[in-house]
Design a protein around this ligand. Sequence first.
Ligand code: PLP
Length: 413
Amino acid sequence: MAIINKNFRTLAAGYLFPEIARRAKAYQDANQGVALHRLGIGNTTEALPPAVLAGLHAKVDKLGHNDTYSGYGDEQGDTPLREALASYYKSLGVEILPDEFFVSDGAKADAANIQSLFDRRSIIAIQDPAYPVYVDSNVVAGRSGQFDREKGYYENFVYLPGTEENKFFPAPPTQKVDLIYLCSPNNPTGAVATHEQLQAFVDYAITHKAVIIFDAAYSEYISDENLPKTIYEIPEARKCAIEINSFSKFAGFTGVRLGWTIVPHELVAEEAKPGELHSMWFRRQCTFFNGASNIAQAGGLAVLSPEGLSQSRAIIAYYMENARIIREGLRSVGLTVFGGDNAPYLWVQTPKGMGSWEFFDQLLQQCQVIATPGSGFGPAGEHYIRVSAFGHRENILRAVASIKDNLVLEVRS
Ligand code: PLP
């Protein structure tokens, strides 16, 4: 008899986005013909730029001729792409060898799978709020206790709350943990760690032989030159950090699918010498993964060309202008807004201490705007909503105008 992995039953019911979709549909069913303004899901909307399209087209054409056709490539990714990624990191002032990159079909699967390198008994620390895959992958792997509905967290996980006091980037844990998930720029808060904050985590990890899983999927949105775009700007991070990144938000590849993970040769863990974790991830990818699409990889190479970079960065600037419009609009009606200056997400405090689903419903009912309830990202998100700057300008303007015209911030007794 097959026995199921009962850890799936431990997962808290209702993934965030299906619940948002359910409430949006219920509203639309009750209000036929009323248009909704979506500031919710972090999906890219703008067309790929010409240099990237040319790279994709050229690869498709090559696949159409026997003499240029190629089938399976290296599981770790095409060498020219890994070399281009190494040059990209060099431009950030960081030395990563081409064979330390593992090209993937996106950051989400890597973020879910990377925990398989570590013992089931590992103690997990997670930035709270956080992108849900870090928590859920460790629940399914059996590292959590039960979900506490009252408190909104899993037993046995160490939550590192991001609050207004710490500018939404926490200090390292006070107890010993083994794996630490960090995301900077953060989804959902839009907060970015400083060099000093990352240094504190790296110092902690080295002292405690912990490993940091650093998700840098939004690093290209950082415009402040004083903020680190990669954890390897902290040199000792090579001994204690794995970095995950993606072309999704960098270059509009949310549908094309391409990402990468860096496992440095120097990375160590309890009883694991330098090189062992790198070999383990290589072994894992060779057995469980057959490489990212060669068309997507050609597109990634085009993104990293000088024209591709400048055209992709122009689209990022467009989204960041959306963020500025949203920030100003929301502040003008009296809302308190964080983030959105080095990240495409704005973290908006709910008025008068409302719960985040309650404010979600208010925005939906009064303004027909869909945002994302902060509590869906962890207990520290309870009094916030996430607003996304991904969208066509005209839709962003309509959504902001609707909030300005219709939101009623009542004084609660
Ligand atoms: N990491 C973070 C923090 C994200 O917000 C997202 C997507 O929203 C991802 C990873 C997923 O990236 P990908 O599309 O490469 O799977």
